[in-house]
Design a protein around this ligand. Structure first.
Ligand code: K2U
Ligand code: ZN
Length: 176
């Protein structure tokens, strides 16, 4: 049975620390941690989560896009566990989209992201994959990859005017 982890809130140094690469293939403890991370993300109704958000400064995150009120067209996907990622190519095309963060509750930001990326990463078995991501999945991947480098979505905003409080965001975006 996985354990729900506490989520670090902005201000805790772990969210501003460069995460350490993980040793692969994963042993029992890392696999158990990945299960805890997934359960914690699902409990928070997230579409992604990164290890530093649960106070583990390790280069590991989960991407689990699904249709949600803010992104009704987001693709449904099996949760992807990503270890030691490197984004190796980014499109010139940049798209702005509203993001939230489990570590920064109560606000939303209009964040510019690359529309398409190509990333090299490892699976828990140690297999190296290189995959292209686009659209909302690329957005989530970039959001989580930022967490491994001590970056949060607020850092990428073009203006503080691109921040809304959750209640006002929902009022303006009633489907959410
Ligand atoms: O890393 C996190 O804090 C998890 C975020 C990931 C996210 C990435 C990109 C765009 C939005 C969110 C959470 O899933 S927060 C909950 C959420 C879910 C869907 C849309 C907005 C916020
Ligand atoms: Zn986040």
């Amino acid at each position: 049975m996985p354990t729900l982890r506490q989520i670090a809130q902005l201000g805790h140094p772990v969210l501003r620390t460069l995460a350490e690469s993980v040793d692969l293939p994963a042993g029992t403890s890392l696999r158990t941690f990945a299960d805890d991370l997934l359960a914690t993300m699902r409990d928070a109704d997230g579409v992604g989560i990164a290890a530093p958000q649960v106070y583990e400064s390790s280069s590991l995150f989960i991407v689990a896009s699904k249709p949600n009120p803010r992104y009704p067209d987001a693709p449904e996907m099996e949760p992807l566990v990503v270890a030691n990622p490197e984004i190796v190519w980014r499109s010139d095309e940049i798209v702005k989209g509203w993001e939230g963060c489990l570590s920064i509750p109560g606000i939303r930001g209009l964040v510019p992201r690359h529309q398409t990326i190509r990333a090299r990463y490892r699976t828990l078995d140690g297999q190296e994959l290189e995959t292209e991501f686009a659209g909302f999945i690329a957005r989530v991947f970039q959001h989580e990859d930022d967490h491994l480098r001590g970056i949060v979505f607020l850092d990428r905003l073009e203006s503080n005017r691109d921040i809304l409080c959750e209640r006002e965001f929902r009022r303006l975006d009633p489907k959410s």
